[in-house]
Design a protein around this ligand. Structure first.
Ligand SMILES: C[S@@+](CC[C@H](N)C(=O)[O-])C[C@H]1O[C@@H](n2cnc3c(N)ncnc32)[C@H](O)[C@@H]1O
Length: 251
């Protein structure tokens, strides 16, 4: 059996009791930490708490060479750990399909997700979000414009946009870096993003939530990762009130 377990948002306490029970019963535990990462925990703390070994997986181990995971799940109980919810903004649906094709039973134990956390922290209503996008760190000769296109298209339709910020090995894109990259993409055009909401460390005891123009947000210290951006469409009056109270928004 292959059980996808969501670790939740920030530290060891965010996993569900169902998730912990699945770990207790597991013969093999895998952890992927390339789609998201618990900044208030680490694999050693997990091994200590779960009293079991944990095998760390890279993207290619899951997306290109998943056979060891599937083989283990054919003969025993496998838990596959992911930050947040395992099926939100990840590609793990593919692994579940591959397991099904090999007659391996699967199950999902959900975790709290950044997708719902942004709604609670910003007050932006979940049914007013359009397509989300990700900003990658620019590589040599590669700086995609698609995130900006998604944001502008959502703004035109009066929808909010969740903007995931890149995670690379020990490199986590900040709200400031994300805004700078978007501003660079808009240089020389008439496109503008009038309002940004920056969120840091959702799920921790001290998340930061700040709303304002790019210039205003550049003066905010968001602190350590993880960070995420939300670009609102036109605000509903309750959303505006919420951002004023909880995110220092000054229209
Ligand atoms: C690709 S998404 C994966 C979402 C995850 N599966 C979930 O359900 O929460 C990961 C991105 O979301 C954002 N993120 C995830 N957890 C966060 C947190 N606790 N605080 C702020 N941003 C977070 C970061 O921008 C990160 O790069």
């Amino acid at each position: 059996m292959l059980i996808f377990v969501g670790l939740g948002l920030y530290d060891l306490d965010d996993i569900s009791i169902k998730g912990l029970r699945a770990i207790e019963q597991a013969d093999t535990i895998f952890l992927e930490s390339y789609t998201s990462i618990l900044m208030g925990a680490n694999p050693d703390l997990m091994r200590e708490l779960y009293k079991k070994p944990i095998i760390i997986l890279k993207r290619q181990d899951v997306e290109q060479y998943p056979e060891p995971i599937l083989t283990a799940a054919k003969s025993g109980n496998v838990v596959f750990l992911t930050g947040g919810d395992p099926m939100v903004s990840t590609t793990h649906a593919d692994l579940r399909i591959r397991a099904k094709e090999q007659d391996i039973q699967t199950k999902i134990i959900h975790g709290s997700s950044i997708v719902s956390a942004v709604c609670g922290l910003s007050g932006l209503q979940n049914y007013r979000f359009g397509k989300s996008c990700s900003i990658p760190y620019p590589a040599k000769n590669w700086f995609p414009k698609t995130p900006l296109d998604t944001i502008l298209s959502n703004i035109q339709q009066n929808l909010h946009t969740t903007v995931y910020l890149d995670i690379q090995e020990n490199r986590f894109m900040t709200v400031h870096e994300g805004i700078d990259l978007l501003e660079k993409l808009m240089e020389g055009s008439s496109d503008t993003i009038p309002l940004y909401v920056g969120i840091a460390r959702a799920g921790s005891d001290n998340p930061i939530v700040a709303a304002g123009s790019s210039t205003q947000l550049k003066h905010i210290d968001f602190g350590p990762p993880l960070h995420i951006l939300v670009i609102p469409g036109t605000l509903h009056e309750i959303e505006e009130e919420y951002l004023k109270i909880f995110a220092g928004y000054e229209p």
